[in-house]
Design a protein around this ligand. Structure first.
Ligand code: ADP
Length: 305
């Protein structure tokens, strides 16, 4: 079966000569929950804008649900809903109208669009805001309004650019639940996010893009298990002295705080041997944790070269 999104050797050089994409290929299967990660300027927005038809590609192929954007852009577009980073709705329009008017662009009659818009807005917690002007909504509410608008034509593929930026933690969880539910019902979702914890929680597959190139991609779980280095923080029963620390040099041990050691673990020097080595110095481990979110560590490793 055709993928929800298939991109082959996509290149983009802007008119001012900036090369934003240097030959990107990626496949997003139907029903996937996919994270597109990358530092600022990596090319994520350019890629999304090409898929949604806002930016013209320089070369390469893009297929959405098996439809090439070169052969039939209008049909390809019908399959995609997008939630851009910038709020770009009419701020003086009522909330319900923002969504219903969007349906108009897709030729959906108003009598069909109205109940659909209401359903999505209610699910997104905006049920009591249907008839207020969009400008009066908080940032988090505006973001959810954009999601409802992106869904009104019931696309098979939903692309969200930083959907939870500026959304507080509680609302973020609510949004995660909504997206999980939508995905479970069959909508393919692609999101870009700065919150790597979010990608790890929500997404199955990931591509990391850096300077216009994919530098890592695959199933998040297997990428993380292939990581050859992890930094752990060990909280100890006493403060380690310099002599003890120097005996843990294979782990690049460093005192990161009073009573705490930061150590690098590898396949050759795994967790259990690290603990034994700490104990052999007369120190006890009271607790331990990954220094950073593991996907974050993976991300930094692949984008800081
Ligand atoms: P991201 O979304 O990952 O932050 P972008 O796709 O916005 O990355 O940008 C990728 C590169 O393309 C950057 O170097 C950026 O400055 C450049 N770029 C983005 N939009 C334009 C544009 N309209 N004209 C010229 N250069 C652009």
């Amino acid at each position: 079966m055709d993928n929800a999104l298939s991109i082959t050797d996509l290149k983009k050089v802007y008119q001012n000569g900036t090369t934003a994409l240097r030959g990107v290929s990626l496949e997003v299967g139907r029903g996937d929950f996919f994270a597109l990660l990358g530092p600022n300027g990596a090319g994520k927005t350019t890629l999304i804008n090409i898929v949604t038809g806002l930016v013209n590609k320089t070369s390469g192929k893009v297929n959405i649900q098996g439809v090439s954007i070169d052969d039939n852009a209008p049909k390809a577009k019908l399959h995609v809903g997008v939630v851009p980073q910038e709020f770009n709705f009419g701020i003086f329009e009522d909330v319900i109208d923002v969504v219903v008017n969007q349906a108009g662009y897709y030729g959906i009659p108003r009598r069909e669009a109205l109940p659909r818009a209401e359903t999505y807005l209610r699910k997104l917690g905006l049920g009591d805001k249907l008839h207020v002007q969009a400008r009066t909504l908080s940032g988090g509410m505006k973001r959810r309004l954009m999601i409802a608008r992106g869904l009104v034509h019931e696309p098979k593929l939903l692309i969200l650019d930083e959907p939870t930026a500026g959304v507080d933690i509680e609302l973020r969880r609510g949004m995660w639940e909504f997206l999980n539910d939508l995905n479970a019902k069959g909508t393919t979702i692609i999101l870009t996010t700065h919150y790597l914890e979010e990608a790890e929680q929500l997404c199955k597959n990931v591509a990391i893009i850096n300077k216009g190139e994919i530098v890592a991609s695959g199933e998040i779980r297997s990428l993380l298990s292939s990581m050859d280095e992890e930094t752990f923080v060990f909280d100890l029963d006493q403060d380690p002295d310099q002599n003890q620390i120097s005996k843990l040099s294979t782990y690049q041990a460093q005192r990161s705080a009073p009573h705490a050691l930061e150590m690098t673990l590898t396949k050759a020097h795994p967790l259990n041997s690290a603990i034994l080595n700490i104990n052999a110095l007369g120190l006890q481990v009271k607790s331990m944790r990954n220094k950073t979110n593991r996907l974050e560590e993976f991300f930094i490793h692949h984008t800081s070269k």
